[in-house]
Design a protein around this ligand. Structure first.
Ligand SMILES: Cc1ncc(COP(=O)(O)O)c(C=O)c1O
Length: 392
């Protein structure tokens, strides 16, 4: 991760990578607020956190936004609201098998059990046709993840949730600015949890935020982030300590100001790279935008097809040698993460998630990446294929 300012774009060439994975934009007005809050010594939650929440809610077209310390807390606290609606400890929340580990951990941290459902390799998102068979008497919520900023199939998910009276919590950690059938991702379910970690489209360095149109849920969330306290010191529910501070809010306010610029540049990069990759379709499954959606680009996913004639490891090693930074396309949490082995799943239980993980990677397409760098990615892929005796 590299810090860049709006004005200085020169650091890019000083990193090991010609195409770095992540970036963070810090605007001059954010710096001004940081100086002011340090001078006044009002550093804990105050007027800038409140302003950030109000602006965030407006940006996403919802009534309420409750900031917290991380995206994991956002997922966790959104789940913890379920206790106010009759949920009991060890009840179940349905999540996709392929996602960042935080999604599963947050469900446990809230005192529930994550129940995993396989994904579709083409979308990387939860397979809605497999959700109903995972529902039990203990199921309280479905938490779809919009992985890589590509919206999950919300229409089908909402239909199932309605049929079984389940809450829908969108894990929109990676999906700021995404749209699904004309609706902003994050405004579709009962609540949505965003990460504001440094690599994301809106960042506060570390941080998270839950948005909702439901006043009661917003009140519960505000209480949960402060030990379950209501009013002065009435501890009404078991809570957490998960508050945002003024310095983080300052960085976030700066990001909101340039949100459309960041999103626009990421979308330009995404569409450019999708176009470049079309000629490689016989070798890779890569992220694609369908007509009903707009992706809020987090990163560019590439999965090596089964009959490509080379392995993901060979491909990724070539990327690394040539200065293209990449990350594994996460893991099937229940079958490829040792911390979850106690649940008793075995390899093969989530074949699509395992396939994506075994064969997938993702690379940066963030706001500090220029088209010339994406041309370079294209050249590296072409020269990799040539090294394998494939002409493209
Ligand atoms: C899908 C998903 N959920 C949750 C999180 C957790 O966010 P954080 O790292 O801010 O805790 C992340 C992190 O990026 C994520 O990608």
């Amino acid at each position: 991760m590299r810090i860049n300012t709006e004005k200085s774009k020169t650091l890019i060439n000083k990193t090991k990578y010609k195409v770095p994975f992540g970036t963070i934009s810090i605007t001059p007005d954010a710096k001004k607020i940081v100086d002011e809050v340090i001078r006044t010594k009002w550093l804990t939650r105050g007027k800038y956190v409140q302003a950030f929440e109000e602006k965030y809610a407006k940006l996403f077209g919802v009534k309420y936004a409750v900031s917290v310390s991380s995206g994991t807390d956002a997922d966790c606290l959104a789940c913890a609201t379920l206790y106010d609606y009759g949920a009991k400890r060890n009840d179940e929340v349905i999540v996709p098998a392929l996602t960042f580990i935080a999604t599963g951990n947050a469900v446990f941290q809230a005192g529930f059990k994550p129940v995993f459902v396989d994904v579709k390799r083409e979308t990387l998102n939860i397979d809605p046709d497999k959700i109903e068979r995972a529902i039990t008497k203990k199921t309280r919520a479905i938490m779809p993840v919009h992985l890589m900023g590509k919206p999950a199939d919300m229409e089908k998910i909402l239909r199932i949730a309605k049929k079984y009276n389940l809450c829908v919590i969108e894990d929109a950690a990676e999906a700021h600015g995404a749209e699904y059938k004309g609706k902003k991702v994050g405004s579709i379910g009962d609540m949505a949890a965003f990460s504001l970690y440094a690599a994301h489209i809106v960042t506060t360095i570390e941080g998270g935020i839950v948005i909702t149109n439901d006043k009661k849920k917003a009140e519960i969330l505000r209480s949960l982030r402060n030990h379950g306290i209501v009013g002065k010191f009435e501890a009404r529910r078991i809570g957490f300590s998960a508050k945002m501070n003024e310095i983080e809010a300052a960085i976030g306010l700066g990001n909101i100001k340039i949100f459309s610029k960041i999103l626009g540049k990421r979308r330009r990069n995404l569409l450019y790279l999708i176009n470049k990759f079309r000629k490689y379709e016989e070798f890779f499954i890569f992220i694609k935008e369908e007509s009903h959606e707009k992706i809020g680009p987090h990163a560019f996913s590439i999965i090596v097809k089964e009959d490509a004639g080379f392995t993901k490891d060979e491909f990724v090693e070539y990327f690394d040698k040539n200065g293209v930074d990449s990350r594994n396309l996460f893991y099937s949490i229940p079958t490829q993460c040792p911390s979850y082995s106690f649940l008793g799943h075995k390899l093969g239980d989530f074949p699509e998630a395992e396939f994506c993980s075994d064969n997938g990677t993702h690379i940066g397409i963030h706001q500090d990446i220029e088209l010339s760098q994406l041309d370079y990615v294209d050249q590296v892929v072409a020269s990799f294929l040539r090294s394998k005796g494939i002409k493209k």
